[in-house]
Design a protein around this ligand. Structure first.
Ligand SMILES: [Mn+2]
Length: 384
């Protein structure tokens, strides 16, 4: 007789065991699904690591371990690229890849806290924690996509000249048929990125923009700062303001000048109150309808400050009351599953970050967007 003899009685009894409700769980379903995902690319990585990094010392029992690490293990080692993808030194070959990660270390468009020039570096570093596999998506990005990291754009201490550099970089990648994913950088980069894509699309480009702020002024302090990208982007003839949807807007940091431009240009603004009222899925449907209306492609711009400031201390203009991480990720997944022609993740400012959590959320947003595109068959090779 033990003191635990009367513990869990209702669950121990046969009656309670008659129905096994765990069969309904996604957690069980996804574990079964994993068996269908190939591990071909993963094995190639191990092979290369042993070849280039030499076999391990004789005392090491696990013979997949090498002397010099040339693979994702251990997470604290290695020179970081985004999600451990190969660094593509010769950017002329970018067309061989489905996806290219482009660092844009630029923060001279900031109007309060700077530091986003260190965003790409921080995002790449914390992305080392991620495998290429997502349990919930049932996707291994490495098995479905050819991805590379093309390193950083050579930005300089001049906003307009840096825009020209960013424009040229993103144009080059996009024109080769490769999905450009920009690691910002402050939000001023939205304008040259969008212009690069719009110039290479034969039709209209819609924009879905997640932010607490409108970023719709013509100028700020006499320059095209990070508060201005969508004013200029929607001046591009095939990126009209009617196809700009701004989601997550609210709080006390929206200048009235920008609001006047919402009325003037007839853009679509969805506040956090709208999201409370209608829920993420319905809001995503509304955003997709507006952005895709008559458009040939849709661009996704994610300002990390669209999330509640409690989750993103490392950003230039934190504002409470934004997306909770699960809500924002759900929105991104829904949008990406329709297909996006490019995306940017901006405003991660590592000097203000705590425990890398802002950079990590940025990594998560990008990874989920790619997985959603893969699942929906919008990018990459499909396995049987
Ligand atoms: Mn913002």
């Amino acid at each position: 007789m033990g003191f635990f003899d009367n513990h869990g009685l209702s669950f121990r009894q046969k009656k309670a065991l008659e129905s096994d409700r765990t069969t309904d769980l996604l957690g069980i379903e996804k574990a079964a699904e994993e068996a269908k995902i190939p591990e071909v690319e993963g094995e190639k990585v191990t092979e290369r690591s042993l070849q280039y990094g030499l076999e391990a010392a004789p005392s090491i029992g696990d013979r997949t371990i090498s002397t010099f690490t040339r693979e994702p293990r251990p997470a604290y080692a290695g020179i970081p690229t985004f999600l451990r993808t190969p660094f593509l030194e010769d950017v002329r070959r970018v067309g061989e890849y489905d996806v290219a990660f482009i660092g844009v270390p630029f923060d001279i468009g900031t109007t309060y806290r700077a530091g986003a020039r260190f965003g790409p570096e921080a995002i790449r570093r914390i992305s080392k924690l991620y495998t290429s596999y997502s349990y919930e998506h049932g996707v291994d990005l490495k098995e479905s996509l050819h991805m590379c990291d093309v390193g950083d754009v050579f930005t300089i201490a001049n906003i307009e000249k840096s825009f020209d550099q960013i424009y040229k970089a993103v144009s080059h990648v996009f024109a080769q048929g490769t999905l450009p994913v920009m690691l910002g950088g402050d939000h001023a980069i939205g304008y040259p990125c969008l212009r690069a894509i719009a110039d290479n699309v034969d039709g209209k480009v819609g924009i879905i923009h997640m932010d607490r702020h409108l970023d719709l002024q013509e100028k700020d302090m006499d320059e095209r700062m990070h508060t201005t990208p969508w004013f200029h982007a929607t001046n591009i003839p095939n990126a009209p303001p009617e196809n700009l949807v701004q989601v997550g807007i609210g709080g006390w940091q929206v200048p009235r000048e920008a609001v006047k431009n919402v009325r003037k240009f007839n853009t679509t603004v969805i506040t956090m109150g709208d999201i409370e009222k209608h829920g993420i899925d319905r809001i995503a449907d509304i955003a997709l309808e507006k952005a895709w209306k008559g458009a040939k492609a849709v661009y996704l711009s994610v300002d990390i400050d669209s999330f509640d400031s409690g989750f993103v201390p490392g950003t230039g203009w934190p504002e409470p009351g934004g997306f909770l991480p699960r809500e924002g990720i759900q929105f991104v997944n829904r949008v990406a599953s329709e297909g996006i022609c490019g995306m940017e993740l901006v405003e991660v400012s590592p000097p203000y970050d705590v425990s890398d959590q802002t950079a990590l959320l940025g990594t998560r947003v990008i990874s989920d967007a790619l997985a959603s595109m893969v699942k929906a068959g919008k990018i990459g090779k499909q396995f049987a």
